[in-house]
Design a protein around this ligand. Structure first.
Ligand SMILES: Cc1cc2nc3c(=O)[nH]c(=O)nc-3n(C[C@H](O)[C@H](O)[C@H](O)COP(=O)(O)OP(=O)(O)OC[C@H]3O[C@@H](n4cnc5c(N)ncnc54)[C@H](O)[C@@H]3O)c2cc1C
Length: 576
């Protein structure tokens, strides 16, 4: 296939247009182009992942540093009352591979109940965990770390597949990781060991997979898009080109897109002879739908967008997860001294560039995690249980072998540090994405509404208490020297709450802004087949269709739903 860099270069016609070469978009484009009788065009607003700075993407040690660069849309949230009025930078991938090219690489599918909930709310058993197994195997493959460290006892080979997305466990185990696992063997009732958190068993403590293989980050682009572009002539990619709206070809039928490279640049129109698949992500997809006249009628009127289909849930139900850390100076070897030593980091990056080995070639910062529930009798649950089921987490605590700073904190120049990160997995706060103008080149307003419910703040307080308690067990004797000053006085609920509101930041997991629901239901944006309700020949396949925030990490779930969605499209059009 060809990579175009301007719309004027595209002269052929296509059966399918995929909007966004992100996590889901690359999967869809690859799978549809398996049928050589059809032609696929992928349109991506962002840039190539083969550019001069692409080691930012592929070096595992540099995960996180793509934020705020040319690879990022660089959105900002609205001021968050639940975070003392702070507005947060809100990264999204602006590059082939989408957010999988800049994300934290953690691959954790969540509990089987997540998928069963999707089947339940959509009325389609094809979304259940059991039905999706073949897509899970098709997507992912466990690989050994670059140093071939034995992973026996740290994962279950049976729950990993044969796909092109490579995952693996850390090449380097730290003392605190071993203490986490030791705690599970000393207190199995309270802190059960989970051999593989990707097995569908979503609770307990275990080792984390990351999207790393052969010493490099594996992305949706490296796993799905490049291989298809390299080997097939029936798939093309158009970069640097933003879809500004869907175009109605006949009433309520949207198999065309309008594209432009900048606000004042010429506009082009491309028509798919079969259908358009929107995979622009949880921010981009609702923005495009609303710009196309599909969304809440009153809101569209307020920004001057001609209205076509009234779907009040477009942009609604935004859910995101926040992260905050507690840091401890510890008696033992961590990554801190290395990360504080510029010469050592430079040498590691040089070694990686040479042969994809060394400390830069692995996922080493966060290796162990615990997925936990509120106590059975927690008064917070009297408000209702937002988890997908009784075996799905309300919160996680994960263990990082360095000082992971909260917003505004400075990393200490010396010492060995461990951080425990805290995430509320099943928030009940609901935010929204809204247009601020009828122009596609103005960022939408993003309001995740963090910590606007008593459940969310109460669960975060509980999580901090659980982290404190976890490290007072005997496995931690002699290891913890002291908490970092900011976390030293977290005694009363009021102190803990103040810490949460001061330091929480986004974990970058927005979902549910075009959520799935039953065909017969009024709410929701797409039906079980992912076709936009009330519209023809346009589907949504990305994180925006998820019914709720996931009690794992979202990329795995997006890959899995995209694999099945490709089969749904193939079925509709009789493809192979
Ligand atoms: C910094 C960061 C860290 C994260 N860490 C993790 C993690 O460790 N583990 C995990 O599981 N998840 C993580 N996530 C979340 C995860 O990456 C996302 O949930 C997932 O990748 C979303 O997939 P998607 O297909 O919905 O969207 P994306 O992958 O974001 O793809 C959307 C694509 O559409 C393009 N696009 C948008 N609008 C338009 C338009 N108008 N025209 C053309 N193209 C457009 C974008 O440029 C992008 O390429 C992280 C995310 C970020 C940003």
């Amino acid at each position: 296939g060809t990579i175009f860099t301007a719309p004027a270069q595209v002269t052929e016609s296509y059966d399918f247009i995929v909007v966004g070469a992100g996590t889901a978009g690359c999967v869809i484009a690859n799978r549809l182009s398996e049928d050589s009788s059809i032609k696929v065009l992928v349109i991506e607003a962002g840039i190539s992942d083969n550019g001069t700075e692409s080691s930012l993407i592929s070096t595992p040690l540099l995960a996180g540093t793509g934020i705020g660069t040319i690879y990022d849309w660089n959105y900002t949230t609205t001021a968050q009352p639940g975070l003392n009025g702070r507005a947060l930078g809100y990264p999204r991938g602006f590059v082939m591979g989408g957010s999988t090219s800049i994300n934290g690489m953690i691959y954790s599918r969540g509990s089987s109940e997540e998928y069963d909930r999707m089947a339940r709310v959509s009325g389609d058993s094809g979304w259940s965990w059991d039905s999706l197994q073949k897509y899970i195997y098709k997507n992912e493959r466990h690989t050994p770390p670059w140093n071939n460290r034995s992973n026996v006892g740290e994962f279950d080979p049976h729950v990993h597949g044969y796909g092109s997305l490579l995952t693996g466990l850390t090449p380097t185990v730290f003392e605190h990781d071993l203490r986490v696992i030791q705690t599970t063997s000393e207190h199995p009732d309270m802190y059960p060991f989970n051999l593989d958190v990707n097995s569908g068993d979503g609770l307990g403590f275990g080792w984390l997979h990351a999207t790393v293989g052969h010493g490099a980050r594996s992305t949706s682009s490296s796993a799905y898009l490049h291989p298809a572009l390299n080997s097939r002539s029936n798939i093309d990619l158009l970069l640097h080109s933003q879809v500004t709206k869907l175009v109605e070809t006949t009433p309520k039928t949207f198999n065309s897109v309008q594209v432009a490279q900048a606000l004042t640049a010429p506009k082009y129109e491309f028509t798919a002879s079969k259908e358009v698949i929107l995979s622009a992500g949880a921010i981009g997809t609702p923005q495009i739908l609303m710009l196309s006249g599909i969304g809440p009628a009153n809101h569209l009127a307020s920004v001057g967008v001609p209205f076509i289909i009234d779907l009040p849930d477009v942009g609604n139900n935004l859910q995101d997860q926040v992260i905050l850390t507690l840091q401890y100076e510890v008696n033992g070897t961590t990554l801190s001294p290395f990360l504080n030593d510029d010469a050592a980091v430079g040498a590691a990056l040089a070694q990686w560039a040479e042969n994809r080995t060394g400390i830069a070639a692995g996922n080493t910062v966060v290796n162990t995690i615990g997925y936990l529930r509120l106590p059975f009798k927690s008064p917070l649950l009297s408000m209702g249980d937002p988890a997908a089921g009784p075996n799905s987490a309300h919160y996680q605590i994960a263990f990082l072998g360095t000082f992971y700073p909260n917003q505004g904190q400075t990393v200490p120049a010396t010492g060995n540090w461990m951080s425990i990160s805290i995430v509320v997995q099943s928030p009940t706060s609901r935010g929204e994405v809204k247009l601020t103008s009828s122009s596609a080149f103005t960022h939408p307003s993003i309001d995740p509404a963090y910590f606007t419910t008593a459940f969310d703040i109460g669960t975060a307080i509980e999580a901090i208490r659980a982290a404190h308690k976890f490290i007072t067990t005997s496995a931690w004797d002699g290891f913890i020297i002291r908490p970092y000053a900011d976390a030293a006085n977290l005694t009363t609920d009021a102190q803990v709450e103040a810490y949460i509101r001061k330091f929480s930041s986004t974990l970058n997991h927005p979902t549910s802004t075009a959520k799935i629901s039953k065909d017969t239901e009024e709410g929701g944006v797409v039906g079980p087949d992912l076709i936009v309700k009330g519209a023809n020949r346009v589907r949504v396949v990305d994180a925006s269709i998820l019914p709720a925030a996931v009690a794992g990490f979202p990329q795995a779930e997006v890959y899995i739903i995209a694999e099945r969605a490709a089969d749904l499209v193939k079925e509709t059009w009789g493809l192979t």
